[in-house]
Design a protein around this ligand. Structure first.
Ligand SMILES: [Zn+2]
Length: 63
């Protein structure tokens, strides 16, 4: 089996072909990706906060 396409990956932000082992193609995409990760983390924290508030609510008023 001949390998015509060398192993490569795609940029997680824009989908451009990049060397295998890389996840992002440029500094611009890296910054965008970091922003995305930060926002996702914020949403996770928000969800945990809401869950905690819900639990506190049920503990205090659920009797
Ligand atoms: Zn990119």
């Amino acid at each position: 089996m001949a390998e015509s396409v060398p192993q490569h990956a795609h940029c997680q932000m824009c989908g451009k072909s990049i060397p295998y082992g890389e996840t992002l193609c440029s500094e611009e995409c890296k910054q965008k990706y970091q922003k995305l990760l930060r926002r996702r983390k914020l949403i996770v924290y928000l969800m945990y906060g809401m869950l905690a508030a819900l639990i506190v609510f049920f503990v205090l008023y659920g009797k």
